[in-house]
Design a protein around this ligand. Structure first.
Ligand code: SAH
Length: 218
């Protein structure tokens, strides 16, 4: 028990340091900084890499996938909050579950789809252990979205399709936004807004994500 508390306290200090660095690098939204100070990122990486969990780098999470760099998580989360609080967010690419966990501390409902079943199961277990009850996950091909839960206020894509996944706009509420890295590595991080007169597009800059692939791995 004492040992566990010790680890918890140490990680809170390192996490606070990570958050201070994010603020220095231009992350301003207090809700994002607060959520990232709260979510124990070291529980979302392999134990052998836990000591590096609060460095500002992407890390491997098995199955050839990666947990995104904290700065990217912060930047993308900030990007969906700047014009009002979304009610329902759909993430494609659960991976470790870290991004969904951060989102869940800010928005009411998070849905997240992962194509590799082993990763879905592991993320789900972490959410349960941490008591994050407003996240629902499933193993599926994210290109299909989650039609029974649509419309979403935000669709948040954390793997890169080669082209904008246009079919998913049907599952976006009017005024809703899609954040998506598009292209073949390095990609452009796009913020697309669905309006009555069509899709508005903003380029938030270059990023590097693993590809969004089709099909499911069981
Ligand atoms: N958001 C994650 C990082 C994502 S890495 C985190 O915070 O850890 C990208 C993830 O997208 C990988 O786990 C990969 O398996 C998944 N992925 C790739 N193509 C997908 C698809 N079509 N549908 C759902 N998930 C997909």
């Amino acid at each position: 028990m004492t040992v566990l508390t010790g680890i918890g306290m140490t990680s809170q200090r390192t996490r606070d340091r990570m958050v201070r660095r994010l603020a220095e690098k231009g992350i301003r939204d207090p809700r994002v900084l607060q959520a990232m100070a709260e979510v124990p990122r070291h529980l979302f990486v392999d134990e052998a890499l836990a000591h590096r969990a609060y460095e500002d780098t992407a890390l491997p999470i098995s199955h050839g996938q990666t947990i995104s760099q904290p700065w990217i998580v912060a930047k993308m989360t900030e990007a969906i909050l700047h014009d009002g609080m979304p009610e329902k967010v759909l993430e494609l690419g659960t991976g470790s579950g870290y991004q969904a966990a951060v989102l869940s501390r800010i928005v009411p409902q998070v849905f997240s789809i992962e194509r590799i079943d082993a990763l879905t199961q592991r993320a789900r277990k972490r959410f349960r252990q941490l008591g994050y009850r407003n996240i629902r996950t499933k193993t599926d091909d994210g290109y299909k979205g989650w039609p029974s839960e649509a419309p979403f206020d935000v669709i948040f894509v954390t793997a890169a399709p080669e082209n904008i996944p246009e079919a998913l706009f049907d599952q976006l509420a009017e005024g809703g936004r899609m954040i998506v890295p598009v292209g073949k590595g390095p990609q452009d991080l796009l913020r697309l807004t669905k309006t009555v007169s069509g899709i508005q597009k903003e380029n938030l800059g270059p990023v590097l994500f693993v590809p969004l692939l089709e099909g499911v791995v069981r």
